[in-house]
Design a protein around this ligand. Structure first.
Ligand SMILES: NC(=O)c1ccc[n+]([C@@H]2O[C@H](COP(=O)([O-])OP(=O)(O)OC[C@H]3O[C@@H](n4cnc5c(N)ncnc54)[C@H](OP(=O)(O)O)[C@@H]3O)[C@@H](O)[C@H]2O)c1
Length: 208
């Protein structure tokens, strides 16, 4: 699959590396423009290319947002991603480590409002990039010992697509439900944020 990643910082570059290692293609974008991505492209080889954000959205089958939450609104022309599957991996903070007060809303619900028609899935937002880099291919992490990536959204087919990519990366997709309730579980301040759970632990937690 060809995935677009907007944001090539700590988490975006990590995701690009493990996607390419798992035989996917990536189109990368950031705020400084394609030339600034040259060193990362050199490292990743021919499966990676660079673009501006709207072009990355246009060229990819699945788009992943890995920019600061405050950069999401206005990042793309809303019409350009109507019907697109978008993974929102961003987290809304009000200060270092402090969850943003959103009046009971999920941050990904706001993203869905900003991009009407886009099929938003909240995923890949709870795991620290250093864990993401290695945990999918760590020895001993097979079957239910794989670490979970949570998946929340209102479009079942979109969630399936994201779950397939999570599986390709060596992790276990665990469905937390709709974008509102599942997203709130996953976002900063929620009980699943920044928790490393195996698939078995995550499923036990979800069903308790
Ligand atoms: N760090 C983690 O372990 C982790 C884990 C899960 C989720 N997240 C979430 O992922 C997001 C990124 O975190 P990070 O730690 O990777 O941050 P980071 O290292 O600061 O990287 C941020 C990236 O976003 C790009 N960016 C910022 N504003 C942009 C805009 N308007 N248009 C295009 N690109 C823009 C930056 O571009 P330039 O490179 O050009 O500056 C940079 O590549 C945050 O929402 C964070 O909460 C982080």
């Amino acid at each position: 699959m060809r995935l677009g990643i907007i944001g090539t910082g700590r988490i975006g570059s990590t995701l690009a590396r493990i996607l390419v290692a798992a035989d996917h293609e990536v189109v990368l974008a950031n705020s400084r423009g394609p030339r600034s991505i040259g060193p990362l492209l050199a490292e990743l080889g021919p499966a990676a290319s660079a673009a501006h954000p709207a072009e990355a959205a246009d060229r990819s089958e699945l788009l992943v947002l890995m920019v600061p939450f405050d950069g999401v609104r206005g990042l793309l022309p809303p019409g350009a991603v109507r019907d697109s599957v978008i993974v929102d991996a961003t987290n809304a903070f009000s200060g270092p480590g402090a969850p943003r007060e959103l009046d009971g809303r999920g941050s990904s619900e706001l993203v869905a409002e900003w991009y009407p028609g886009a099929r938003i899935v909240k995923s890949l937002n709870t795991m620290h990039f250093e864990t993401l880099a290695v945990a999918g291919t760590e020895p001993g992490r097979e079957g239910s010992q794989r670490l979970a990536h949570f998946v929340a959204g209102d479009d079942g087919k979109a969630k399936e697509i994201v779950a397939g990519v999570v599986t390709d990366l060596g992790f276990a997709p665990v469905d937390t439900g709709p974008l509102h309730s599942g997203g709130i579980l996953q976002q900063p301040g929620g009980p699943l944020f920044n928790r490393s759970l195996t698939e078995a632990q995550a499923l036990a937690w979800i069903s308790h």
